[in-house]
Design a protein around this ligand. Sequence first.
Ligand SMILES: [Zn+2]
Ligand SMILES: [Zn+2]
Ligand SMILES: [Zn+2]
Length: 290
Amino acid sequence: VNVVRLKNKAQQPIRAVKLEFLSASSRNEILEAGEISIMHIKYKVVEFFAQANVLICSNCYGIGHFRKNCNQKNEATCKTCSEKCSNLKEHRCSGIQKCVHCGGPHVSNDAKCNVIQQYRTVLTRNLLSKITPTNTENVIPNQCFNNLPHTGLTTTNELSYANVVKGTTSNSNELLMKKIDSILTKVEEESNSTRQSIEELKKEMKNHYEETKQQVAELEEKVMVMEKKFYDFSVRTGEIIQNICTTLMEPQNSQGQQWKTYWQEQIKVMADSRSSIAKSSKNHQNGPTN
Ligand SMILES: [Zn+2]
Ligand SMILES: [Zn+2]
Ligand SMILES: [Zn+2]
């Protein structure tokens, strides 16, 4: 058995001590009896409850929910400067501490934050009023509290998160509800504005895409024109080469009287085609060369 002298808020020892039991059964026996005798003096015994744990979201640092249930879907909040960004890894932190709750110079999950402390106090008080013997039994198996005379010390135990969440949702305390409500509203507003900016980004990307698509289509058309030209040129060249071969076999007879004019014309046609292809390949840079 561990004996711990309890202190009040000013860190001064009070008359109550906390007994920590290694054995759950002896702890339960004493709790059931409601008293303990030491040196023939009977002391009143009540169950000990530690301060309630406050849920702080590791995504938005909001109070009262897990990361999994966070409403801030597309952004993460920097713990240090409380700035929001879509990718924390790319976030360049100023290093200046600014609490997301109170704006004070500490990280956003600092237990000394006034807002978090206030929340914890309200939550603890609320949980205490909700606790029934059945749900405390399995919460903290080997601690019990020996309360000397009537010092009504009020603390809660380390409740499971589920209990804490249950406690918050079934809470009737106006202050607490108001606070949660304002936090949730803030988170929702932020997530809405994020969604909006993402929509805008999407639209912009779509416009970019359409523009690029059009450019690609234009380029494809140009390439097709080039190919057509090149094809025509090849066909013409083939014809001319064929004529040359025929002429070589029968130089004087192949083109009749106009054979010289005919060849001059062919040379001119070749030159024109070449220069036209050279021109378009210069315009498009990646066109065929000759
Ligand atoms: Zn959150
Ligand atoms: Zn930061
Ligand atoms: Zn703070």
